[in-house]
Design a protein around this ligand. Sequence first.
Ligand SMILES: O=C(O)CCC(=O)C(=O)O
Ligand SMILES: [Fe+2]
Length: 187
Amino acid sequence: MEEVKGLWLCPNFLSGRRQSLILLAMEADKWFPNPSINQAMRFGLHHLPSWALSLAHSIRRAAPSAFPAHLLLREPLFDQMIANVYQPREGICAHVDLLRFDDGIAILSLESSCVMHFTPLSHSDAVPSVPVLLAPGSLILMWGEARYQWKHEINRTTPAFQTWKGHQLTQSKRTSITLRKLSSSSS
Ligand SMILES: O=C(O)CCC(=O)C(=O)O
Ligand SMILES: [Fe+2]
């Protein structure tokens, strides 16, 4: 994205069918048996579900314009996955992802649309945040500045944060899949 260097958004990355297949697979494997369980983590390439491997393949194929070569060509591209489920009004506070994760992070959005806001790490009070609409099936990739110099957040309690082109987004359950690679120093 022009405003945030190193941030790449693909609004229709996965077809409706592939989105459904991922949601069905998570359901079949009972990752979220009740609303109190809202996160599933997998560490290590061999512990990733097959749909996450195929998602990583699709990202590698699609990413030449989005990731620099040294990230695109690393093996594996990702070896860690977190699936998060957010109920209406639930989001995530502004943060930079932990440094134990390498550069080059992918987030796939499923179900409810939301707006993610990016704010620069320094002088974040002085400039307006950059809103990014995460519709179902959309993918964002973050590397370099977007990954290290900008915070990202999803605020679903303050209505102003969840408006897009003048319209309030309807909130429902949202699921996200984050793919990362552990830093070699910590693996
Ligand atoms: O759920 C999302 O879309 C964002 C998750 C995230 O930023 C994180 O887990 O670090
Ligand atoms: Fe994050």
